[in-house]
Design a protein. Structure first.
Lengths: 427, 295
């Protein structure tokens, strides 16, 4: 007899990530397609094929053959880069989404916290939301009533418990949300990144609570980017990389391997072979260089860096613009910048020659983490080249002194002034 | 094997641990194929959540409105006023000898329950996308709660109906005992269709544009502004394939004593509602697995 409470065997999940654009040659074709495709989709729908799977031909294995076992009372961390499949794994184990292949068995009541405050309604009061959120997370009403005072006490929002949560500050909101979640009393708990909330003090409190949950002998599966939290809480860690289980073992070992691999895989420079596709415009290279003009894929938070785009024109071209674009790993486009924004090349003819467009990004702007670079060029008439997400780099957190939970996509350091003794100077 | 005192205790402890593990319920996770069961037992286990979802819907619905719950009355009541003016006074629509206002209002009360439930429930899954992506619970409860939360509005509008019945001097017969059944019938019709539409809406947002349109057409396909006695007798049973025909004529029959006697109409409407709700639930359960990935 085994004492595994979680048994995962060859779990795989296939995602359809988008439909390839069909090429329409004539208006007639596209009109005909527009008329026919709704019926095709409707027929598919009736067959229960709701994703229209055969139509969406770009797929990605978010998870591939992941197997592991977890014993009762173990606290196991799951680490990996963004998009590695950690959250997908938790979603499958929480029964939010189904695996494409494989199976899993879980013994006991499962509580899963993939987000704090799921189902909170801004119009309802704190008290009402505790009950609603508790019920959504799977607590019984009597259980919530029993723990109500404890939850309120933990959240520290006693005074506003009968105020609609829309009037709460974001900190209060998160504290209340975490408080409800932290009082789930299931045998098994799945936690995804919920610690990345609130101020430092509250984060400490959350970690303390997590520690107690771990000490209570409950089985916990904990997904996090916060390596130090995983290190503190988990005895065993599973590292997932590109949908596959890379390592499963003692936390300290796994973390060490994980961190040392972090910088591999960033591509800071790419060179292009002459191509015959587009004759006038030949992309030569795209690279990321540090402020000292060294190709790099690791940039200090405080340092500026440049993206250099080299190309050759074989014919004179008017109105060429070269762009560089930064995207984060969630796919958010952080910014797009054109070399005609701040130069006078917009209305000038670029004669046949070699060129390099250099874009300098200031320091103290991007949050620590990984980013992707896209680059391309176009005229007002045609697209000359576009290379999406072709390079990647990492902003290091070494000199990042801001709160890691800071909300917002970028963290520019704006100029602030605080004027003291306002009575005399401010009217 | 040496078994000392403390070892023995450890042994029994771990033994009880294994017994404990055996007692725990086991969740199996694997890809589902084809038609899947409705998991009624699980629905029962989560019944408290249904209560909370309905409660939330009701609590939130009229928040930040000036007139609050009065909207539950205003909507059918003023529709009745408009219908009475245009169809009753101007078009002189025959109403089985019953004053036109109460004739149309008795139909509008269950109709409003049906149509609002349909509208809310069909968009409910998309509106609860954040929940679907983050927590597991029986998804069926989302549209069910949306339709059920309309019962409060129904009750409020019904109170006005009772007032009107007395105002116009009607004496309800014992047939009123059928009203709960008729309400259930319109619940089934509303939910059955909502199950289909809400599930489709997750994948095809076209549905949300279709619904107001369907509801509008359906209003006129249902004997609300007119009486089904306009139709020849033998057509009426066929007409009741629209389940709201049974509900609306049933309401008039139970409250106002109209003689468009509902027998066969109600049977047909009930059968249609029943098949709608069963097929809807099966379809819903079948494509439910894709909700979290698509919504």
């Amino acid at each position: 007899m085994s004492d595994n409470v979680i048994h995962v065997e060859r779990i795989s999940k296939l995602y359809h990530i988008g439909k390839k654009q069909e090429k329409y040659n004539t208006l007639r074709d596209s009109l005909a397609n527009a008329l026919v495709s709704p019926f095709r989709r409707a027929i598919k729908l009736l067959h229960g094929d709701a994703t229209g799977a055969s139509e969406l031909n770009e797929t990605i294995w978010a998870l591939k053959d992941v197997s592991f076992d977890i014993k009762m009372g173990e606290v196991v961390g799951i680490i990996g880069r963004n998009g590695a499949g950690k959250s997908t794994l938790l979603k499958i184990l929480s029964r939010i989404t189904e695996p494409t292949k494989g199976f899993a068995e879980i013994r006991g009541r499962v509580g899963s916290l993939l987000e704090v405050g799921t189902g909170f309604h801004s119009e309802l009061t704190g008290r009402e939301n505790i009950f609603l959120n508790g019920a959504i997370l799977g607590m019984k009403r009597t259980e919530i009533e029993r723990k109500f005072d404890e939850i309120v006490d933990f959240s520290g929002v006693e005074k506003f418990i009968d105020t609609p949560v829309k009037h709460y500050s974001s900190g209060m909101y998160l504290r209340l949300a975490f408080a409800v979640a932290a009082h789930l009393e299931t045998e098994i708990l799945f936690i995804d990144e919920v610690l990345a909330v609130g101020d430092m003090e509250f984060q400490k409190k959350c970690l303390g609570k997590m520690q107690r949950i771990a000490d209570e002998g409950r089985t916990v599966l904990f997904v996090s980017h916060n390596i130090s939290a995983v290190n503190r809480l988990c005895s065993r860690t599973i590292w997932i990389d590109s949908g596959q289980l890379r390592l499963n073992g003692l936390t300290s070992d796994v973390i060490q391997h994980y961190l040392s691999s972090q910088l591999q895989g960033c591509i800071s420079e790419i060179k292009f072979q002459p191509s015959s596709v587009n004759n006038e415009f030949q992309m030569k290279f795209i690279r990321i260089v540090s402020k000292d003009n060294e190709p790099t894929s690791l940039v200090d938070f405080k340092d500026s860096f440049k993206i250099e785009i080299g190309y050759e024109l074989l014919a004179p071209l008017n109105g060429v613009s070269v762009l560089s674009r930064i995207t984060d790993l969630q796919g958010n486009i952080i910014c797009t910048s054109w070399d005609t924004d701040t130069t006078d090349w917009k209305d000038r003819v670029r004669k046949p020659d070699r060129y390099m467009s250099i874009c300098t990004f200031p320091g103290s702007l991007f949050k620590p983490g990984r980013y992707l670079v896209s680059a391309g060029a176009l005229t007002d008439k045609q697209l000359l080249a576009y290379h999406e997400n072709i390079l990647s780099f990492e902003i290091s957190s070494a000199n990042y002194f801001l709160n890691t939970g800071r909300i917002g996509i970028i963290t520019p350091l704006f100029k602030w002034e605080v004027i003291h003794n306002g009575k005399n100077t401010i009217n | 094997m040496k078994i000392k005192g403390y070892n023995k205790r450890n042994y029994t402890e771990s033994n009880s641990e294994i017994n404990y593990l055996e007692r725990l319920s086991v969740i199996h996770i694997k890809p589902s194929t084809g038609w899947v069961s409705l998991k009624l037992r699980e629905l029962w286990e989560y019944k408290e959540l249904l209560y909370f979802l309905i409660w939330r819907d009701i609590k939130v619905r009229y928040k930040q409105t000036v007139l609050g719950a009065a909207w539950a009355i205003i909507q059918p009541f003023f529709t009745m006023v408009v219908f009475s003016l245009f169809f009753g006074k101007l078009a002189k629509m025959p109403s089985d000898g019953i004053p036109y206002p109460i004739f149309s209002y008795a139909a509008l009360v269950p109709w409003t329950f049906f149509a609002n439930g349909l509208g809310r429930a069909s968009n409910s899954l998309v509106g609860s996308g954040h929940l679907i992506k983050k927590v597991y619970f029986p998804r069926l409860y989302i549209p069910i709660a949306s339709v059920l939360s309309g019962v409060i509005d129904f009750v409020l509008a019904f109170i006005i109906l009772i007032g009107m019945i007395f105002y116009y001097g009607f004496v309800p017969t014992t047939n009123v005992i059928w009203l709960p059944f008729l309400l259930l019938l319109s619940f089934c019709a509303s939910l059955g269709l909502s199950l289909w539409l809400s599930a489709m809406n997750v994948q095809f947002r076209d549905v949300q544009y279709i619904i107001p349109f369907i509801t509008q057409l359906w209003l006129f396909a249902t004997p609300i502004v007119y009486s089904s006695s306009l139709l020849p007798e033998h057509w009426r049973t066929f007409y009741a394939i629209n389940p709201m025909v049974g509900v609306v004529e049933g309401f008039r029959w139970a409250l106002l004593g109209t003689n468009t006697a509902p027998g066969p109409i109600i049977i047909v409407s009930s059968l249609v509602s029943l098949s709608l709700i069963i097929s809807g639930a099966l379809y819903f359960r079948r494509i439910e697995k894709t909700f979290a990935d698509v919504v």
